[in-house]
Design a protein around this ligand. Sequence first.
Ligand code: ZN
Ligand code: ZN
Length: 327
Amino acid sequence: MYAMALSARGAPLALQQRPDPTPGPGEVRVKVSACGVCRTDLHVVDGELPGICYPIIPGHEVVGRIDAVGAGVKDLSLGMRVGVPWLGHTCGECFYCRAGKENLCDRPEFTGYTRDGGFASHLVADAGYCFPLGAHGEDTAIAPLLCAGLIGWRSLVMAGDAKTLGIYGFGAAGHIVAQVARTQGRTVYAFTRRGDEDAQRFALSLGADWAGASTDKPPAELDAAIIYAPVGALVPLALRSVRKGGRVVCAGIHMSDIPAFPYDILWGERQIVSVANLTRRDGIDFLAAAAKADIQTAVTVFPLAEANQALARLRDGKLVGAAVLRP
Ligand SMILES: [Zn+2]
Ligand SMILES: [Zn+2]
């Protein structure tokens, strides 16, 4: 197998050849056909998440086909197309797992962070955490659904029955969630970097009712706001645009510090919540909803060897939609 691996904090990813991995009991080996690039991959490369063991292969929006099956695997078989998401394994025993909140597991494993991910020709995954994908849709178009879509979905559920929804940061997750929210009959206001007219046009083309800069006041009060950009300063901005009783959902795994703000803008039973990881239920629910809503993803495909260029484009905010690597 070969992979674009990270050998040290902040280092560029480097092409490595390795012996083909063998799936253990309960695991499958997946021949990767597409892997999306997520902002969390940038946080991994930059060493912004704790406890990374090097070398590690990033990538957790994996689409591929099973080409080896370990002992005891029942529901998956050779040749089946599957998606491998961020949540790679949970303990099944801790307080959170027993409470049906496996996204908060105390001893989780994460694809492309604590176990090798999909910036590779092959990866080994826990069979219990792979999603069968069926035949509909192209591999590269589906890849961004595996994290941007899934975390986007969880954050949309967290936004409750908000009729008027603000989306801060209109990238991979935002462009998927806007489409789902529109099919649910919600009004969508898209907030982008100031002057990013490409992103604003893109948002309007996907059915957003309004697009503007994150510092702009939306045309109406928001019932809820979801923040996808890793920028803490957006939290008070969103709070100021959310109605009494409204909710600001922070959907990123890492965010710059939230600046101090007057209590006044939180007052009125406004809430700030974060979204962490995903459950397998989220995956099943979201993939069914995405197929029904016929979600269209905008992707820019890079060869796997150009993973560093794809990460740089994401870092610079120069992507419309999502980047996807193809081995
Ligand atoms: Zn992700
Ligand atoms: Zn657990």
